[in-house]
Structure formats: structure tokens, C-alpha cells
Ligand binder design. Structure first.
Ligand code: SAH
Ligand code: F3S
Length: 482
């Protein structure tokens, strides 16, 4: 018996409930949707769910009752792709016992591998890139008619602006709003410009509309998403243009990121705003000043450094050097002394010497990041780095360097949390603590998780919480009850 069939039987025997099943009308078709990778992918999955719902498909959490399985994939590092391949192999087994099952692969890996999935590997029935989700129902129809179906066209215009996402698997309190798509930056290590296409911004009116709808349905926090939010510029639609290249008429109505942030912050003072990701080469003081002006814009910035060495940054084509990055950090700390900062770091990029690696470590100590996401360099086909440089750092050395930066960050995160002991924060409650049902958890403005005894608070409330203890991942506190 296949492993997966055993699981079906076991789960059925346990009578495992499936979250969304009760909402599914009798006889409706069922879509099982799994997302990998970045927040943008999760946000895209909500668009996919909406497009499919319009066509009679309801999302289910139960793989085994689904008519269509879709995997929204990530191509950022090789191990992300390996995970997806493994999952697809499991689905292929499932399909053997249920031949009518349709399996689709969506997102960045679909865009990168295109027909390879259909022809060579015969793993799936449908392959759809990130700009082609509107064609999904049609493609499902083609597969039902006995064909394989693919649409991997990238677009200069598509922002799915008019689609109201179906909120999946969230807590009903915090939601993502996608404000732009694609990326034009061409960092030499990064596959995103190839898989997500050219940068384009979404109409701010539709962004505001989405924020208002979320607020009306009880949401308390929105995160504005883009690969490089600082270069958001709405001038009427279409591919990215620099402000200086706009016509006088376009200039008079254009909306940049700072202005968009302010517009969203004005929607309601109790609606919290976050955003990600900033890029050091584009982040303006204007944005920082808007953040400082509004209490409801969270004091947290994710500002990926990648490397602390200017020569490596040059090879990475990041468009800033160590000093320029540190200048941006100084501006954040000057304009918002209470702002938390996190970063991304890549270890073992092509040609990285011990000295260059030491520069990353010294920069970490200097900036004192509150949090960091750290990775081994993974060469990606088609990227500038793959064509121009040799992936010459042995895996073992990459990992040694990664372990060193992880150890530093663990200390920095603990130090950062220790500084918060004794302070009181406004916390948006996101749910019950996993460890103890008498405790709630939420985040403060700085994006730190705080756990505290329930009192009379519930999900969606704001609570003032005084921190009395911490570890490197969490703050522990008590709500101040009046
Ligand atoms: N601007 C994007 C970056 C997307 S990728 C954003 O919105 O977050 C997220 C992070 O993955 C990057 O900042 C980088 O640190 C890491 N990354 C990207 N390509 C990589 C590669 N080829 N190998 C290792 N890490 C990579
Ligand atoms: Fe990738 Fe650089 Fe854009 S990391 S997503 S090319 S900003």
C-alpha cells in the first residue's frame, strides 16, 4: 500500500475534521491549494482561490477529497524546489488511485521550468506562471477534456487589482495586500526577476478598497507586499517607470510609496499597517517620516543587507555599498529610535573570502539587528551570478559561515529582547498561545511576539502588556488591566 493511502485511511479513522469542509456546498468541486515560499506566494494563493471560487471550486484542507490539487511553488533556492518535487511525487501516487484528480503546479517554479514539468517529468497536468492565474479555470477545463495545459506568459500589466482575494488559513486579524508585482532589480543571485517578471504597481484606489473591506470584516492589521516596495509608483498602470520619466500630467497624479503608506494609514487609526520588503538602494527618508508620523504604521523595517562587504555587494549587483547601507540604518534610527530592524543574509556567495565574510559579521554587531533570515548561497539557473561567477565556496564552508552568523544573530536577538524587559507595549492579540490555552499571543509594533495570561482579552483586541521576561524568540508579559 502506498504511504499516502495509509495516511488517508488513518486520517479517516481518526475522523479528522477538515477546516473548510463545512462551508463547502454539497456537490461543489474541491480545490486543495498548498503554498510554498514568500508571503507574496501566500497572497497569490488567495487570488487563485478567488478565481477558482468564481468557477465553482471551494478550497478544502483535506487533500484526499479534492478534485484539483494546486501547488504554489517557490524557486528561490534549490532546496525549495526539492521540497516541491517530493510533494509532487506523492501526488502522482495519489493520482494512481484516483485518475480523475488534476494536479497543477503554479508560481515561480512553474515559470522557471515550464514544459519540463509536463513533458520530461510527467509530474503534473497543469503548469501556470504567476501572471496567468486568470486562465486557470480554462486550463482546468482543457485538462478535463484530456489535454495537458500550460500558461507561463508574464505580463507588463497584470496586478489582479480587481480580484478580491479569498482569505485562506489566516487568523481573521492580519492579512496581506499585494501592492505591486515583479522586480526589476536584477540582483545577480536572484531568480525572482525571471520568474515574476517586470515590476508593476497596483492602482492605489483598489489597495485602499481592499484595506477598507478587510477592516469591515474584522481585520486589524494589513501588510503591504512587494519585492521592492520603495519603488512603488502608480502613474496609471503598466511597467515600472522612474518618476523623472513621467509626463507632466502623470507626475501630477502619481502616487509613490510614502504617499500610498499615508493613504492606507488614514483608512482607520486602529488598522495597523506593516509592509515588506524595503530595498536599501531605494528607501527614502520620506517613507521613514510617514512611518514616524502615524502610530498605526508599525515601527519595523525588513532591510535585507545580504553581505556586509562592499565588493561582495558589487558582485551581487545590489546597488549599494556597506557605507550606504549603514547610512540608511542611521536614518532609520534617527527618525524612529524605537524602530526594529531585521535583515536577510546570504553566506558563501561566489568568491566570498574569509575577510569578506568577517565584514558581514562585523556589520551584524554594528547594526544590532533584531532579527535575521540567513541562507547559504544557492546558485540559480539563468541568473547573472550563474553566468558570470563560479559557485566556488564548498558547501561545508558555506554552512560553517552560516552557523557563525546564526550564532551571532541569536545573541543579538536575545540582547534586543532583554532591552524590552520592563517596557510596556501595545499588542494586537492574534490568538491563543500554542503552549498554554490560558495565554494569548500577539505582536507589538516592532513585530516581536509577546505571550501573556489571557485576562479578559480576546483575539483582535489591543492590550497594553508589560514585559517581565524573554528568550531569544519571545517576550513574556502581563496585560495591564484597568
Ligand atoms: N526583495 C525580495 C527578496 C526575495 S528573496 C523580498 O521581498 O524579500 C528573499 C531572500 O532570499 C533574499 O533577500 C535573499 O537573502 C535570499 N535569496 C535570494 N536568492 C537567493 C539565492 N540564490 N541563494 C540564497 N539566498 C537567496
Ligand atoms: Fe530578488 Fe533583488 Fe528583486 S533579491 S526580488 S532581484 S530586489
Amino acid at each position: 500500500m502506498f504511504e499516502i493511502e495509509k495516511k488517508v485511511i488513518e486520517e479517516a479513522q481518526q475522523g479528522k475534521p477538515t477546516l473548510l469542509t463545512t462551508e463547502i456546498p454539497a456537490g461543489a468541486k474541491r480545490l486543495y491549494l498548498e503554498s510554498y515560499g514568500c508571503q507574496m506566494n501566500f497572497s497569490d494563493s488567495e487570488i487563485v482561490a478567488s478565481i477558482m471560487r468564481e468557477n465553482g471550486y471551494y478550497t478544502t484542507h483535506n487533500l484526499y477529497e479534492s478534485d484539483v490539487i494546486m501547488l504554489n511553488t517557490c524557486a528561490i533556492r534549490e532546496n525549495a524546489e526539492q521540497k516541491v518535487r517530493k510533494r509532487l511525487t506523492e501526488f502522482r501516487k495519489l493520482k494512481k488511485s484516483k485518475p480523475s484528480l488534476i494536479v497543477g503546479v503554479l508560481g515561480c517554479m512553474a515559470e522557471r521550468l515550464k514544459e519540463k514539468f509536463l513533458e520530461e517529468e510527467k509530474l503534473v497536468d497543469i503548469v501556470v506562471g504567476p501572471d496567468a492565474y486568470r486562465s486557470l479555470p480554462e486550463l482546468v477545463g482543457e485538462v478535463q477534456g484530456g489535454q495537458k495545459a500550460m500558461n507561463v506568459l508574464l505580463s507588463l500589466e497584470e496586478t489582479y487589482a480587481d480580484i478580491s482575494p479569498v482569505r485562506l488559513g489566516g487568523n481573521g486579524i492580519t492579512a496581506f495586500i499585494s501592492i505591486m508585482r515583479g522586480c526589476d532589480n536584477m540582483c545577480s543571485f536572484c531568480v525572482v526577476p525571471f520568474t515574476r517578471g517586470r515590476e508593476r504597481s497596483r492602482n492605489p484606489e483598489t489597495i485602499l478598497q481592499e484595506a477598507k473591506e478587510l477592516l469591515a470584516s474584522g481585520y486589524k492589521e494589513v501588510t503591504l507586499l512587494g519585492q521592492n516596495v520603495d519603488s512603488y509608483l502608480w502613474y496609471g498602470g503598466g511597467a515600472k517607470k522612474e518618476f523623472k520619466n513621467l509626463t507632466e500630467e502623470e507626475k501630477s497624479t502619481a502616487v509613490n510609496f510614502a504617499q500610498l503608506l499615508e493613504m492606507v494609514a488614514e483608512v482607520d487609526k486602529d488598522l495597523r499597517i506593516r509592509y515588506t520588503t524595503s530595498n536599501p538602494r531605494d528607501m527614502t527618508n520620506e517613507v521613514l517620516e510617514v512611518m514616524a508620523k502615524y502610530e498605526n504604521i508599525c515601527k519595523y523595517i525588513h532591510l535585507p543587507i545580504q553581505s556586509g562587504n562592499s565588493a561582495v555587494l558589487e558582485r551581487m549587483n545590489r546597488g549599494y555599498n556597506r557605507k550606504e547601507y549603514l547610512d540608511r540604518i542611521a536614518a532609520i534610527k534617527r527618525i524612529m529610535p524605537d524602530c526594529a530592524i531585521s535583515t536577510d543574509i546570504i553566506c558563501g556567495f561566489c568568491g566570498e573570502t574569509d575577510e569578506e565574510h568577517e565584514d558581514t559579521k562585523s556589520l551584524m554587531w554594528q547594526v544590532e539587528f533584531d532579527y535575521a533570515y540567513m541562507f547559504n548561497y544557492s546558485e540559480r539557473p539563468k541568473t547573472l551570478a550563474e553566468r558570470k561567477y563560479t559557485d566556488d565556496i564548498p558547501e561545508a564552508l558555506k554552512t560553517k559561515r552560516l552557523e557563525e552568523v546564526i550564532a551571532i544573530q541569536r545573541k543579538l536577538s536575545l540582547e534586543s529582547n532583554k532591552k524590552d524587559v520592563g517596557k510596556t507595549f501595545k499588542v494586537l492579540v492574534e490568538g491563543t498561545s500554542k503552549r498554554n490555552e490560558n495565554e494569548l499571543f500577539g505582536r507589538n509594533s516592532q513585530n516581536k511576539v509577546i505571550v501573556f495570561p489571557k485576562e479578559n482579552f480576546k483575539k483582535g483586541d489591543y492590550a497594553m502588556v508589560k514585559v517581565h521576561d524573554c528568550n531569544s524568540a519571545t517576550l513574556l508579559g502581563n496585560a495591564i488591566v484597568e
